[in-house]
Design a protein around this ligand. Structure first.
Ligand SMILES: [Fe+2]
Length: 230
């Protein structure tokens, strides 16, 4: 990540004591400057053959429909000039409707759903647009502090042209009452930047009587950049 081009306040504090684990893992020395030639190696071949149909429909990965509220999430990946970022590989992961990840480290006392894995991947189209169908994730406790519950969110990973450009962020849902109490959300200093992590409800993207639609655009750089590193 080139820290020279980051607008102040958009990215989360690397050491933010209310978010406890950042105290141990946050860097205490200045960032190293990478060899400019390094990112040209290990090019990611983002080809359509990487993506299977059920990768973009997380409700179609089991033998039956998963429990919970089916939703569609879509948006555009844009550069700092508002131009579409095409053929970009996005990965997503999330917990199920009850707030449980399919992961051995998640021991939250909530049920797993045999029909929900919670991960997917897709490519952006010529307009920079991505789209996937899923179940609205639930909030979950994470032990950071007393009554620490994460607002419902979906994790996003964006690969650039090469692995060294990978960015990660989280998408939230409108009007979540947990925003004010979540140190991960609060670790982004700039209020407007924080709000850019919140998807917006879209009647246009809502699919008839099947599922509600949410829009979430991702801007990679510049004054309107989406906060990354969450
Ligand atoms: Fe999470």
């Amino acid at each position: 990540m080139n820290f020279d081009i980051i607008e102040p306040g958009i990215y989360p504090e690397l050491i933010y004591p209310p978010y406890k684990s950042t105290v141990k893992r946050g860097p205490t020395r200045p960032a190293l400057r990478l060899d400019a030639r390094a990112p040209v190696t290990g090019n990611i071949a983002a080809t359509p053959s990487l993506i299977l149909p059920h990768d973009m429909d997380l409700t179609a990965q089991g033998d039956a429909a998963p429990l919970g509220e089916k939703i569609v999430v879509t948006g555009r990946v844009l550069d700092e000039d508002g131009k579409p970022v095409r053929n970009s590989l996005l990965e997503i992961w999330q917990c199920n409707a009850a707030g449980r990840y399919r992961h051995k480290k998640d021991q939250h006392d909530a049920p797993l759903d045999p029909n929900f894995n919670g991960w997917g991947k897709m490519l952006t189209d010529d307009d920079g647009r991505y789209r996937f169908v899923t179940i609205k994730p639930g909030p979950y406790p994470w032990g950071n502090h007393d009554k620490a519950w994460r607002p419902a969110h979906i994790h996003f990973s964006l690969f650039g042209n090469v692995y060294a450009q990978r960015l990660v962020t989280q998408m939230y849902f409108p009007s979540d009452p947990l925003f004010d109490y979540d140190p991960i959300f609060q670790s982004i200093p700039d209020l407007a930047a924080r709000q850019r992590l919140v998807s917006r409800f879209s009647l246009e993207q809502t699919v008839s009587d099947q599922m509600l639609g949410y829009e979430f655009d991702i801007v990679l750089r510049g004054r309107n950049a989406t906060p990354m590193g969450l």
